[in-house]
Design a protein around this ligand. Sequence first.
Ligand SMILES: C[S@@+](CC[C@H](N)C(=O)[O-])C[C@H]1O[C@@H](n2cnc3c(N)ncnc32)[C@H](O)[C@@H]1O
Length: 438
Amino acid sequence: MDSSDRQTGLGPRRLAWRAVNETLKRRVPLDDVLEELAAEERLSSRDEALARAIAIVTFRRLGTLGWALRERLSKGTRDERLLHLLAIGAAQILFLDVPDHAAVDTAVQLAQGDHRLRHADGLINAVLRRVARERDAILAAQDPWLDTPDWLAKRWSGQYGEAIAARIAEAHRTTASVDLTVKGDASLWAERVDGLVLPTGSVRLTERTAIRDLPGYAEGEWWVQDAAAALPARLLRPQPGERIADFCAAPGGKTAQLAFAGADVLAVDRSARRLKRLEENLDRLGLKAQTLAIDAEKLEGPPFDGILLDAPCSATGTIRRHPDVAWTKSNEDIEKLAGLQSRLLDKAAQLLKDGGRLVYCTCSLEAEEGEQQAAHFLARHPEFVRLPIEAAEIGNLDECVTEQGDLRTLPFHLISPTSDRGGLDGFFAARFVKRSAG
Ligand SMILES: C[S@@+](CC[C@H](N)C(=O)[O-])C[C@H]1O[C@@H](n2cnc3c(N)ncnc32)[C@H](O)[C@@H]1O
């Protein structure tokens, strides 16, 4: 980035634009693309944070932005890069605390610096100025379903019914809170970090702050983990000295819980790069686990007392945190992932001692990756029975326990008209026990 970029605020907008283009073209996670492109753009951490905020809100409100722009583009356009440049501009005007002129001018300058879009600078200027003028009308007319792509709207309406699906869609329009899993007394830490203790025992931050500056970070007294993501490891009821395998472990939030409970943990992950992050995280926390970079399907060895299988999934339960998921995943991904999940479940069944416990979980809202997976597992493995989850184990959140005794959290849980405690990631978890032979 040169000094004129720094003055005009062009750098963060260029990074946001490139990140949106690349994420949609390659259908890969926005976080990965941002990490890759940020290394090229060499921005200050403040500018990088602005780029990230612009890209995230663009994905969170992509449907609304597309609708608002289509209405104001008299001739329409099929040029994806032009549409994305308009989208990041409109996202700043409609949803971020950015002066309108900064959003408009930077979009126009980015077009002028791009030989394929140079001709469109006048159009961009006119459309974005119109968006700014008509902001109130756009915000008043927006439809909550617009930001949910059709493939997900159909799935959730079919699976949960229209009313719940609408609440899921609505919850996805808000930013997720930051939750901490603490080693010590939750009330004490809530006071220290100015947060609140959730019924499940996690501490929720009430202000957006730099995580590393909070008390207890350097000392490894807590780690960031969504309150729903903190439940599966607890449901495994790890005991000191037990041999427990964490099958898909990185970056290690659940491994840390198992290790902190005193279990002898083997953390397995296919990705050596992600496993390295797990090791760094455990180091900060002063916790220990054995690590193994291998495809868990190929794992062999003596059986375990317990296995946690936090399987790779579509991650549709994390759309509040990663809104790009809604626009980059598809029905085909879910089908493919469901196959991998059932193979990993079969491997876990094989590597568990008689009497051993298995918790299967995914951060997905899709039945194929959750409820159906559990039912098919029990049908394939008559040597297993379900050990139903009790509401008392999860802070008496009755609405999060299914009739079958599985965990099903939804993004609007913990949000009510009287107490908005800010939602949960969408998680599914089922707990099984392997019957003793004979
Ligand atoms: C949902 S994330 C796990 C999150 C982690 N349990 C936590 O709490 O921090 C899924 C992980 O599964 C890993 N993975 C995917 N396929 C795998 C396989 N066949 N064997 C082992 N790990 C796998 C991915 O590399 C990824 O790190």
